[in-house]
Every structure is written in structure tokens, then in C-alpha cells.
Design a binder for this molecule. Structure first.
Ligand SMILES: Nc1ncnc2c1ncn2[C@@H]1O[C@H](COP(=O)(O)OP(=O)(O)OP(=O)(O)O)[C@@H](O)[C@H]1O
Ligand SMILES: [Mg+2]
Length: 289
């Protein structure tokens, strides 16, 4: 079986992490061995799920589900170690001031290292990745665009040698829709939807793939329209005003959904859930993603 790679991106604060966790949990419940990956230096899930340490090496957090935190630097370090083989030599190379300066100024190098690691399973490169699926809680919009553009930049800058070759093999995995899936999380609101449409276009243009949209925090009102409208006639009561507010919100949301349909081929809807427990929230989202 081919390893699947899921990228979850979108505007800041829209629910990327929660959706990524729900997707990872769903796949793990289907019997797949899943790795949920956070990008950057800081783990969100450490506090969210009240875990102990979360680091570069995957740790199990549920049956069939592991979690890891990958930064550009930690991925580069592993790559260098793998290339140079001898750990002490890699350390020497890495802790060298000139080398560090190069790493920090080379545009897209940390991003390339992250993608190199994320795609290492299908490329059969580097330390083994024994997972059926990797779910990446990826960067928000702007940084995500830079992430997927990094290998092209590198392939153009270094045409020959291992770096250019690797960059091209990373691009091939990112473009292979039987392996790589892209999920853009948005809210059913004007600005996030506009940003999502632009992001979808950028991903399509860069990789010729079809990202799907996840509309998160959809108001799911069980009360019928008739009941709301009946309540609204009592316009002086708080309940009447609230009913009117709800109805307007529902109308607006329906309008936003229509707009989203014009811009995206595949849309999943995730309701706004009132749940304080983190795993409780994620479990309730599982069937929606
Ligand atoms: N469907 C939902 N129902 C209720 N609460 C939700 C839902 N989705 C996300 N949340 C809550 O919304 C907040 C933001 O979610 P999350 O941290 O996943 O967003 P994010 O896009 O990853 O943010 P950031 O850009 O900071 O990484 C969290 O408190 C989360 O618990
Ligand atoms: Mg997040």
C-alpha cells in the first residue's frame, strides 16, 4: 500500500490543528498506522491534549496514532546526518557558524528539509517511515505557499547533484494525487473564503492538484425555520431577538456555502461543536472529515 500524505492548511485560527487531528484519528480508526506531524518549534497538541514531551521522534498518543514535531532545523539536521553518516561529523558541520549562517539565509532551505522529511516514505529516502498515512498540520496560507514553492526554487538554483535531484523527487510526490492530498480549512465567512479561494488557486497552479475545502464551525441549528420565525414575532423578547439573529446567521452561512461551491470542487462541512474536552471535540469531528 502506498503511503498517503495529507496537508492541512488555511488561514490562521480557523481550526487547522483540530481538523488535522480529526483526520489523523479517523485514518487510525480505519486501521492505518498514522503519524500526525506538527510543523515548527512549538507543539500545539502538547497543551491541547495535555501530553508530556512532543519532539522530533514520533511518540504514540492513541492506538495506531503517533505525533511528532518537525522544524526546518531538526529536519535539516537529520538529513545532514543521513548524508554524512557519521554523527560527530554532522555535528561539526552543523554547529559551524558559517554553515548556520548559510542555513538561515538560504531561501527555502528549512521548507525544503521539512518537505524532504514529509515525503521521505514514498521516496524511500532516509530513515524508514513506517506509517500508512502522514497527516501534516501545516503552515497557514502565506507560509504554506512558500513551503510548496521551495523545491522548485531549489531545483532551479541547483540543477545538478543530490540537492537538485531530491528537489525534483519531492515535487513528483507533491504532485501525485494518489499520495498527496490537500485540505484547506476555512470558516463560512467572507474573508477566510476569499483567502481559501486564492490559496486553492495557488496550490493548483504550483502542483496541478485539486485541494478540498473543509468548512469549519458551521452553525448546525436543530430548531426549524418555522419555530424560529414564530419566536421572532415576539420581537421584544430576548428569545425573539436571538431567533432573528440565528436566522440571519443561517441565511448568511447558506450564502457563503454557495459562494464556496463556485470556487471548490469538493467541500466538507464540519459543525461548530460545543465541547470542552479536546479529544471529545476531535472525536465528534472524525465522521465529518
Ligand atoms: N468545529 C469546531 N467546533 C468548536 N470548536 C472548534 C472547532 N474547530 C476548532 N475549534 C476551536 O477553535 C480554536 C482554533 O482551532 P485550531 O487551534 O485548530 O486552529 P488553527 O487553524 O490550527 O490555529 P493556528 O493558525 O493558530 O494554528 C481552538 O480552540 C479549537 O478548539
Ligand atoms: Mg494550529
Amino acid at each position: 500500500m502506498k503511503q498517503e500524505i495529507h496537508f492541512v492548511t488555511g488561514k490562521g485560527g480557523v481550526g487547522k490543528s483540530v481538523i488535522a487531528a480529526a483526520l489523523a484519528l479517523k485514518l487510525s480508526m480505519q486501521g492505518k498506522n498514522v503519524l500526525l506531524v506538527e510543523l515548527g518549534d512549538q507543539s500545539f497538541f502538547k497543551d491541547f491534549f495535555e501530553l508530556g514531551e512532543v519532539g522530533f521522534q514520533p511518540r504514540s498518543i492513541k492506538p495506531n496514532l503517533s505525533l511528532a514535531l518537525w522544524s526546518g532545523e531538526s529536519c535539516l539536521r537529520e538529513y545532514a546526518q543521513y548524508l554524512i553518516k557519521i554523527e560527530s561529523l554532522a555535528k561539526l558541520f552543523f554547529d559551524n557558524a558559517v554553515m548556520r549562517a548559510f542555513i538561515n539565509i538560504a531561501p527555502g532551505l528549512p521548507e525544503l528539509a521539512i518537505l524532504g522529511k514529509v515525503t521521505s516514505g514514498p521516496r524511500k529516502y532516509g530513515p524508514p517511515m513506517n506509517f500508512d498515512a502522514v497527516v501534516v498540520d501545516a503552515f497557514a496560507t502565506g507560509h504554506f505557499k512558500a513551503l510548496i514553492q521551495a523545491p522548485k526554487g531549489m531545483a532551479q538554483a541547483v540543477q545538478f547533484g543530490p540537492m537538485g535531484e531530491q528537489s525534483r523527487s519531492i515535487i513528483n510526490v507533491l504532485k501525485d494525487e494518489t499520495i498527496s492530498k490537500y485540505h484547506i480549512v476555512s470558516l463560512p465567512e467572507e474573508l477566510p473564503l476569499k483567502e481559501s479561494a486564492e490559496l486553492a488557486a495557488a496550490i493548483k497552479e504550483e502542483l496541478s492538484v485539486h485541494p478540498s475545502l473543509v468548512l469549519n464551525k458551521m452553525l448546525d441549528v436543530k430548531v426549524s425555520r418555522e419555530t424560529l420565525q414564530k419566536e421572532e414575532q415576539n420581537s421584544s423578547s430576548d428569545l425573539g431577538k436571538f431567533a432573528l439573529y440565528l436566522e440571519q446567521q443561517l441565511d448568511r452561512q447558506a450564502e457563503m456555502f454557495k459562494q464556496a461551491q463556485l470556487q471548490h470542487d469538493s467541500i466538507k462541512q464540519v459543525p461548530l461543536i460545543f465541547e470542552l474536552d479536546a479529544w471529545g471535540l476531535v472525536e465528534k469531528i472524525v465522521e465529518k472529515v
